[in-house]
Structure formats: C-alpha cells, structure tokens
Design a protein around this ligand. Sequence first.
Ligand code: BES
Ligand code: MN
Ligand code: ZN
Length: 501
Amino acid sequence: MKIVFAKPETPTTGTYVVCVHEDRKLTAEAAALDKRMGGQIGAALGASRFKGRKGETLDILAPHGLSVRRVVLLGLGKPADLGALRVQRIGGSLLAHLNRIGETDATVAVDVIADATPALPVIAAHLAYGARLRGYRFDKYRTAEKPEQKPSMKTLTLGLAGFAEARKLFAPLSRVADGVDLARDVVSEPANVIYPQSFAERCKELRDLGVSVEILDEKQMAKLGMGALLGVAQGSARPPRLVVMEWRGAASKRAAPIAFCGKGVTFDTGGISLKPAAGMEDMKWDMAGAGAVLGTMAALAGRKAKVNAVGVVGLVENMPDGNAQRPGDIVKAMSGRTIEVLNTDAEGRLVLADVCWYTQDRFKPVAMIDLATLTGAIIVALGHEFGGLFANNDELAARLEAAGKSTGERLWRMPLGEVFDRMIDADAADVKNISADRAAGSTIGAVFIQRFVNGVPWAHLDIAGMVWSKKDHALTAKGATAYGVRLLDRLVANHYEEKAG
Ligand code: BES
Ligand code: MN
Ligand code: ZN
C-alpha cells in the first residue's frame, strides 16, 4: 500500500475520510462539507448510532455533491485523549475498515480536525504509521486466494496543509514499521523455512542498512566454551548459529552500546523432555525474542538512530534425537559455571546463559535487555496483555515500563531475589535449569539468566504471551505481533540516543 501526504483537496475518486470528535459536533470544515452534501452528514449521524468514538466508522455511500464513491466518518474519541498511540490505533482501525469494504483508494481530510493537539502533521504521520502497521499480512503461502479475499487498499492519502512536515515526521516511523514487518516475517515463517542458518542469512540483509553482521558457527561457539547453548543444539540436524549485529550510529563509534539479546529457538519440541502434541506447532515462534532483536536493529539502523546498539541472537533448534542432551546432563557455560539440565524443555535459559555472558563480556554494554518466549507461566500470570519485566536495575525497569506505555507494548514488573535464586542451586553442579516445583516459574527462569549477566544493568522480558495473537488488534492483525520492536526503539529514542543538532 502506498502512503501519500498531499495538500488538502477534496478527492474525486475512492473514499473521502472525514474525522469526527466524540461529541459528534462537526468542525467548521466538516460542516461546510455537510452543506455541499446537502446535509447528508447530519442526516447520517441522526440515522445511526455513530458517536465518534475512537476508531468508529460510518459509511455514507454515493454522497451528493461529490464524485467520490463514499464518505467515511471516522471517530477520533475525546479531543483531550488524542495522543500519538491513540491516533496510530485509529489509523489502524481505519485501514482495516477500508480493506473490509473493498476500497482501493482513500483520502483522509486531516485539516478537518481543528484545534488539535498533537499538531496536525503529527496526527497525519501517526495515522499513516498506524495504517502501515495494521496493513501487514503474511500471505506468501496462500496460492488460491480469490481477489475479493485479498486486502483491497492500494493508496492512502493524507490531505493537510502541513503535508511536507507530516511526510518528514513519517519517514522514521516508516523505518520502524519496516523493522516490525521484518520481525513479523521471520516469526511467521514455519520452522522448515526459518532455522538457525536461514535466520542468520536474513540477519545479513541488515548489512544494506549499515549494520555489521557477524555469524558464529558451532566450531567458533565451542571454542568460546558455549556448552549451554550447544547442549540444546546437539539434538538437531540443523547446526546452531550465533549472530552479532552492530549498529554504530553514535558520534563516538567506541562509546559503550546498549545491547539486546534474543532467544532464537527456531523450533522447540522440548527435546527429550518432549512437549505434548497439542499446540506444539506454536513453538515455531519460539524464536520471537530473536525476531524482535532483528527487527529492532533494522528499525534503529533504518532510521539512522544516533546510538550504538548491538543485537545478539542465539539460534538453535530443540529436538529429541539419539544425540540430544538428556535430563540430568551437566554442561559447562561460557561463564565457567556448570549447569545440571534437569529438563531439556527449559532450553531458552540455557541459550541465553551463553548469549548474555558473551554479550556483556565482549561489549561491556551500558544496559543489556534480553527478550525471550521463556515460560508458559508468564502467560498464566499476565495473559496476552503484558510482557513480564524482570530487572536488576530500577532505572532501566522504569524506562522500559514508560516505553511500554507509550507504544502500547506494555510490561508488568515481576520479582527477582535471593529466595528464588536459592531454588536453582543444584546438587551435582553449580546451578540447575529448573526448580523443584512449578512455583514462580517465570521468576525461576529469570534468576537463572541473572546468574549469567555478571552484574551489568540488565532486564529480562518474558514475552511468551505477547508475540503471537489469535485475534486482530488495532495495530496488528492476528498472527506475529513483533512485540518488542516498537518498545525497544522507543526506549532508545527516549534515553540512549544523542539528540539531533
Ligand atoms: N518456549 C517455551 C515457553 C512457552 C510455552 C512459550 C508456551 C509459549 C507458550 C519454553 O522453552 C518452555 O518450554 N518452558 C517451560 C519451562 C519449564 C520446563 C520449567 C514451560 O514454560 O513449561
Ligand atoms: Mn522449551
Ligand atoms: Zn522454548
């Protein structure tokens, strides 16, 4: 879909979108349009339940006095609540509506929104951003779709006097949306297409954006002593990879970076501690943490963020096999600590043990954030509404929570602590990868990873409930959500990026 910012002109084809505030009161411009339409807008409002609530729509077909096919009234909600995120969601809902009714070409009359905060160019840019985000669809394997089953929208035009300004504001947002779409692509692909090597190949595409991409194979990882990650990988016919992506956008290329670590289990059968068959197909998205890191790096490099950032993803497939690791096996992590693997299905923490240790050891980051679909328990606790946030640093936690609020990728802080840490002391090794029972399952995963972060300011995001959605949301159609990309991009913009100028 093409997105165009242009001067405000009444369109002659397609759909004309006119915004209405929650009180149904028409702005002077909308009232003038109503007059041209012989009072049809007022009549339609009177004949319907349309209130102008956020994202609500009302179609007026074949309007008088205009040559467009239809006018769509678009609710903005209460003027006082009109923040950037709200506007994005309205843009997303609008696009879904236009696709549903089979429109190909729509023009939004942004200037009709009088006296608005944020300013009109900001509103236009965020409407477009929301539409862009909602417009994603993973349909490359649908070979028999009829035209009427496909999304119809071809061009979305935003009409306003400040179109040049809006276009400028939209450019970096569009690059973030590119990162979101990249993450959705890799997460949506099945595990016969995305496996460690092919995921690593996708990472290489970031070189075009100026990201340096380094790929470590199993020999190099063995040399580094990554016994925890390699133990998970050894049951798979697909060899593991570790990918290091570096974006050096700060004035000083040598300044310490912010680091993102991703769990990239391209398929999680559970290994010898095999998962039940029902729902196992979901485990194709057990690499969504790595997908979010890849998407974030693409977003930062795409919009040329003035920050040094590294993304490190541990890519493995967790399979049962004659060569798979067994419950009770003891492996040695890169940190030198030994791990008793009591359950081969608690594999994400094993991967992150080596990824996090390697990352802090090599890059000495100012902060390190790992993203992982780590536990089913976090879904029990927080459902599909919040990611679980664990942090050894209150400032970092607060920054992440704030970025979550403003992007709508919300986080809820969960506890760490000594009492939990003691529960993973092992009999036969330094640490075990599960505790004695199911209590505090997500925290147990977090304190395990904490043993491998070496005290750097660190946060662990358990995103198991957030990366895949079974229903549509304003900014994401059902499927892969790319949760984490917009969140981390915002975190960087707010706190780790040098200001322009
Ligand atoms: N990838 C799973 C976590 C998961 C489960 C994500 C369901 C999304 C939906 C992880 O590797 C796992 O298997 N965790 C175990 C840990 C347990 C063995 C301590 C779990 O949550 O059951
Ligand atoms: Mn598992
Ligand atoms: Zn897993």
